[in-house]
Design a protein around this ligand. Structure first.
Ligand SMILES: *Cc1c(COP(=O)(O)O)cnc(C)c1O
Length: 455
């Protein structure tokens, strides 16, 4: 058989024309979002005050397997998709493993991550609805950058609340967003009621994603012609990100490969959910088995140490409640945590699948993750984002297990983005100044004790 190329490219016409909704194959559907006031399932009309109408329809649809991708979105996808599926020959050799390692690289666009796949969809539906603009939060900045690009494309106003610690540590990311026309505010800010409240209660706080979400939602619901958009966690975002998994599957089919193990890093769960969706569909229908692994940081271990319960999606407790693996909406990872993936909860879809035993989860210390990142950069050439490097570490560990057992398995992982704006974290690692912090059971327990009582 001919040698499999380093890069498996699909053609432009092979970009998927529909997104795949993995919920359609789930027997136990993800639990509905609850209204934070009444604790009743959110109705479409209620959600439409916060989110765009068509996105609400996607959010609530647990049954339709495929959603056609509108032509305007496909045209944008064509500028940077299909993304390559790479065979990690050099990494395999470095590890001395008989396993075959593939990675789907989503960092080939200016925003530097997979987030553009959903940003463009959300901006499209906002434009179609005739809105003036959208608000959002961003942590490390990839989502804000992706959304700023998407809003520039559709000529929408874009208002980003950026977690204060990142706003200060990543000025270049901020300037990329402003280049695309977005306005960027450090969060918590004094612009919103919830921001002022958080500042009064926690003076000097460096912010969190949950808190920035509260501010962005408030801004959207108090300004006419604006809606809030979110870059992860929601069902609609996993739906848009299924383009990653569909392309991966098509590329593997093209070279006659079958995945055995599929690995992704998990922050809110969107890249992992998107990557695994079509494979998970097969698994749920009993057509084929895959080992699916979520990798998370030991400092923010929602799947491995959180609780499967209803919780607020934001610190300000203004958003709907989602049933998910959570560390509590008040949880903020230790300040020395540099590796992204800092959200307290996890996608309801992935939470349900994990709860039902269709997925595994592991967590790693950040110094081990950066060691894996460096090994990967030196062997494969790509400078990985710290978030993506969790998946790299997971793939390396599985490949080493294959080496021990003498098994030639096929491992596929998601390389979600590049790390050019994360050099402060790399610098800390190189200088030996990076430490690991694992929260104690008591710390996590204290946040979990404050979970809302939903009966
Ligand atoms: C946002 C981000 C993640 C984590 O988000 P998910 O929703 O869990 O996919 C991972 N990698 C990169 C590069 C990101 O920007």
């Amino acid at each position: 058989m001919a040698k499999i190329p380093y890069k498996i490219y699909l053609e432009e016409k092979e970009i998927p024309t529909s997104w795949y909704n993995v919920r359609s194959a789930m027997k136990n559907k993800p639990a509905p979002l609850l209204n934070p006031g009444t604790l009743k399932p959110m109705k479409a009309e209620e959600l439409e005050g916060v989110f765009c109408k068509e996105l609400v329809a996607q959010e609530l649809d647990n049954d339709t397997p495929f959603f056609k991708i509108p032509d305007e979105i496909l045209d944008f996808y064509k500028m940077y998709r299909p993304s390559p599926l790479m065979r990690a020959y050099r990494l395999e050799k470095q590890l001395g493993t008989p396993a075959k390692i593939y990675y789907k690289f989503e960092g080939n666009n200016t925003s530097g991550s997979h987030k553009l796949n959903s940003a463009i969809a959300q901006a499209y539906y906002a434009k179609k609805q005739g809105l003036k603009g959208v608000t959002t939060e961003t942590g490390a900045g990839q989502w804000g950058t992706a959304l700023a690009m998407a809003c520039a494309y559709f000529d929408l106003d874009c208002k980003v609340y950026m977690v204060k610690v990142s706003y200060e540590q990543k000025p270049f990311r901020r300037e990329v967003m402003r280049t695309y026309g977005a306005s960027v505010t450090p969060s918590p800010s004094t612009e919103t009621e919830v921001g002022r409240k958080i500042l009064a209660e926690h003076p000097g706080t460096t912010g969190s994603l949950g808190c920035a979400i509260s501010e962005a939602v408030e801004k959207a619901v108090t300004n006419e012609g604006y809606r809030y958009v979110l870059g992860s966690v929601l069902n609609q975002v996993l739906l848009h990100q299924s383009v990653i998994g569909l392309e991966t599957k098509a590329a593997l089919d093209k070279v006659g490969e079958k995945a055995d193990i599929i690995i992704g890093c998990a922050g809110g769960g969107s890249n992992l959910g998107g990557l695994v969706s079509p494979f998970m569909g097969e698994k749920l229908r009993g057509e084929r088995d895959y080992k699916i692994i979520a990798v998370e940081p030991a400092s923010c271990p929602s799947l491995t140490r959180g609780k499967f319960a209803y919780d607020f999606c934001d610190t300000g407790m203004v958003c709907p409640l989602a049933k998910m693996y959570t560390l509590g909406s008040g949880f903020i990872p230790a300040p020395n945590h540099a590796g992204g993936l800092r959200y307290h909860g996890m996608s309801s879809i992935l939470s349900q699948l994990y709860h039902d035993g269709y997925m595994e989860a592991v967590s790693y210390n950040q110094t081990d993750v950066f060691e894996a990142a460096e090994l990967f950069a030196r062997s494969e050439g790509i400078l990985p984002a710290p978030e993506s490097s969790h998946a790299i570490k997971g793939a390396i560990d599985e490949a080493l297990k294959c080496k021990e057992a003498g098994e030639e398995k096929t491992i596929v992982f998601g390389l979600t983005g590049t790390g050019y704006f994360d050099m402060v974290a790399y610098e800390k690692f190189h200088n030996g100044e990076m430490s690991d912090y694992i929260p104690t059971d008591d710390e996590i327990g204290a946040y979990l004790a404050k979970l809302p009582k939903t009966g």
